[in-house]
Design a protein around this ligand. Sequence first.
Ligand SMILES: Nc1ncnc2c1ncn2[C@@H]1O[C@H](COP(=O)(O)OP(=O)(O)OP(=O)(O)O)[C@@H](O)[C@H]1O
Ligand code: SF4
Ligand SMILES: [Mg+2]
Length: 436
Amino acid sequence: MTRNLSASAAGRPTTSSDRNATRGSAPATGTSSPVTLSQPDRAGDLLLEIRGLSVDYGIGDNPVHAVDDIDLTIRRGEVVGLAGESGSGKSTLAYAVTRLLRDPGVITAGEAYFYDWPAGSYRDDSQAPAGSTTPDSGAGPRKVDLLSPDRQVLQDVRWSQIAVVFQSALHALNPVLRVGKLLDDVLRAHEKSMSKEQRWARSEELLRMVGISADRLSSYPHQLSGGMRQRVMIALALALRPSLLIMDEPTTALDVVIQREILEELMDLRERLGFSVLFITHDLSLLIEIADTIAVMYAGRLVEKAPARALFRAPRHPYTYGLTTSFPSLHGEKREMTGIAGSPPDLRQVPSGCPFHPRCRWAMDECRTQEPPMLELRDVSGSRQALCWLQDGRHRVPPQLDATPPVAGTEAARPSMRGELPHRRDAVTALGKDRP
Ligand SMILES: Nc1ncnc2c1ncn2[C@@H]1O[C@H](COP(=O)(O)OP(=O)(O)OP(=O)(O)O)[C@@H](O)[C@H]1O
Ligand code: SF4
Ligand SMILES: [Mg+2]
């Protein structure tokens, strides 16, 4: 998708619906960083496609605009990180596309499609369900309208194709059911052809897959540590071999050591099983480790999206830059942590123009009155997007927002956990031990 800067600059959009009207256009060349027309999405790889999604809480005169006109795509096998301060709308976006949004949440605009690819059509479908056939290589996906009024459409893919892991495993797991029963219920509901013995064997396999010994099938959730409960949640989510895993702050409640172990195992599973991940967190530094692409939200908007390392090393949006200066990096040179002054806005009264302007050190007059368009940029890291007037080619870009990112496809551009995992999981489960 591209946008036309000349159209946006001439009739500058001021509202969300105006911004919607500018969609489908392309920007001019920038000053310090090269800005060119981006390539259109390669539709062949798409797994999830969100277009112009808006969600309010409440109706009437003063709703909370929690998600405002968001476009986001996830490809097969891709790990997309969604970052942003508390209250920026990350969970609301995930709830909306999986239709788990509760009252008074209302989807007010947009589209969301899931591409249901035939088993065997991905590079690694070795884990495809027994009996499934490998289709012709040319077989295309079934396009599923996730926002269809017919809720059965979504129910057919939710859990079997799109699984969700939430933050609080203790509250998400039924406390009066043993782990084996929890897994068996999922398999019984969705894999009707499986016998009781097959379901039990699959449950054992799933527990081992997440680093827990099979005898824990007889444990109740309260008998497991926090890390083990979160692993059980992941096992439940992977039970039906989904192609998309949505994880909303799945490790936030855990200490950093356990968090890292679970993430390493998750990335290991992702490498082997080939599913895609939408990983939601406020912790940008964590996303650098695991994500291919990072999208940053602010006040319900998507303000920047780029390859993970490029976004971290060479942000183009002042808010992303602020996030990168809010925590120390484990690697590289020491630098001053400056953070971001001020607080996020009340989403009932979002500031005019660019919603970030009251906190932005580079705010210009037009930022206070004119809402910026989403600009498609291109540099050595590949194509990326930024919702900021500074990057429209008419302004001098400050050096902080004009750094050279790592070149796409090189070692420096790779997420650091990827491909470095010593398959400790196998060693641990071979010994019959639990991961904590
Ligand atoms: N049930 C609700 N009623 C009214 N407003 C709500 C409701 N749930 C969320 N909101 C508001 O919607 C906005 C987005 O909330 P959301 O939970 O999606 O943010 P988030 O980015 O996931 O935050 P966090 O990092 O704290 O989980 C917030 O301003 C929040 O106050
Ligand atoms: S549009 Fe203006 S206020 Fe908004 S982030 Fe860019 S420079 Fe700052
Ligand atoms: Mg949240």
